[in-house]
Write a protein that binds this ligand. Sequence first.
Ligand code: FES
Ligand SMILES: [Fe+2]
Length: 470
Amino acid sequence: MNKLAPKNGKYTSYQDVIATDKIAPPEDMHMHSSAQYDFHSISKARYTEVEYHDLEMKKVWSRVWQMACRVEDIPEEGDTYVYEIGHLSLIVVRVSDDEPQSLSETKVIKAYYNSCRHRGRKLVEHNTSVQCIRCPYHGFTWSLEGELTEIPYEWDFSKIEKKSMPLLEVRVDVWDGFVFINMDPDAESLKSYLEILPEQLANNFYGEQVVVKHSQQVLPANWKTVMESFMEGLHAQETHGHTWAHLSDILQYDTFPGVRHISRSFHAVGLQVSEGREKLTEQEIMDHFHYNVHLGNPDTPPPQLGQGVTARQYMADIMRAQHTLKTGKDHMHLSDAEALDVLQYTLFPNIILFRGITLPIILRFRPNKNDHSQCIFDIFFLEDKPKSEVESPAVETVHMAAGDTYEEAGVLEDWLGHVYDQDMVNIENMHGGLLSGPDQEVYLSDYHESRIKHFHHALNLYMNKELGGE
Ligand code: FES
Ligand SMILES: [Fe+2]
C-alpha cells in the first residue's frame, strides 16, 4: 500500500474503506499501483506558449484517438457531425443505418477533413443531415462514401480526374457508442489505445445509454489547466471546503506501469475529512450531506440513521435503491464503492469518465480554435435509454456564456453545479496567474498529483516522438 495515502481515523487508505463495505467492489478495484516518474515539476510553457500549442497540434492531436461524438448524434444515413479540434475541422458522417461494431474499425461511419479539395472551403458548417456532401462555394460534390461525383463546369478542370479526388479520410472507430477519430494512418488501433479502459468500465454499459444533456462553455485557460483541475483531490479542502463532512480526504490514485493512456482515482464518500477537523458522529455526517445536497435548504429533515448504521452504508443503500427505481434495472447488488464513490478515469488526452452510478457524466477538454489560452469544456450527461425510445437523439446543447453558472445551467444536479462553479473561479485565475509569476515551473505533489504526472508523461511520449518524414 502506498505510504502516502491519506489517513483518516481507523482508515489508512481507500483499500481499508472498501474492505469494510457491505458489498465489496470488483477485483480490479482492489489493485493499487503508483508508477514512478523522474520529474516533480513541469514547464509553464506547456500552458502559456503558443509554440507548445502548435507542437501539440502537430504531434498530439494529429496522432491520438479522440472522441468526436456519440453514435446517437448521427443515427441515420447522411447525418453529419462537425468535430473541431484546434484549427482543424472534421466531418463525421453516418454512411449507412447499420449498427457499427464496437472496437472494430467501421465503415458505417466515416470521417473526412472538412476542407473542399477544390479551393479549401469548409464543406459543412453545422451538424446536419445530407444526401451528399456539396461544397457551398462552387458546388463540387462528393458521395457520403467520399467519392467525387460532380464537378460544375467539368470541361474547365481538364487536369482533374474525379477518381483521384476523393474526400480525405481519417480513421474512425466506435467504443460503446462513442465515435472516435484518428488522423494518423499509422496509429495503433483504438482497441489497443484504450488499454484497460473498456474492461474496467464494462459495467457502465455506455453502449446502452444516450446523452440526454450536454453543456459547452469556452473557458479562459489552456485545456490542460482545466482538465487537471478535475484530476486531483488535493484542492478539495481549500476550494470546496463545505464538503468536508461527507467527502473524505481518502483517495487512491492509480497509475499503472506501461499503461500510457489511462489513469484512475477513487475518492471515498460518506466519510469525513479528518485532517484538521473535529470528529463527527455518523448522524452529523448524514446531516451535513443532506444539507449540502439540498444547497442548505432541504424540504425534508435529514434521514435518521438506525443503531449501528454508518452514513456511508446508508448512502450506498439509498443510491442503489434510487437507481434501481429510476432505471428499472436491478442495481441492488452493486458494490458500495460503485454506488457512492467518485471513481474517475482519464483517457489521454482529453476525456474524463466516471465509473459506477454516482456521476453519469463525461467531461471533454480541447483548445478553442487555435487559441492555447482558451478551452472548450463539454459535459455530457448520459442515461440508460433504449435507442428506440429516443425521439430526438440530437440533444440540445446548453451553450454557456462567460459568467453563466453550472448551478443554473441545468445539466448537472444543482449541488454538483455549485461545486463546479467553485472550480471555475480557480480556472478564471489560473492562466493570468501562470503568466504573472516569475517561476518557470509548476510543481506536482508526489501522490495527489500523480495522475497529472502520468498525463504529462504520456504527453511527453507523443511530443518527443518524431513526426513521420522528419
Ligand atoms: S472551394 Fe469548394 S467547390 Fe470551390
Ligand atoms: Fe474541484
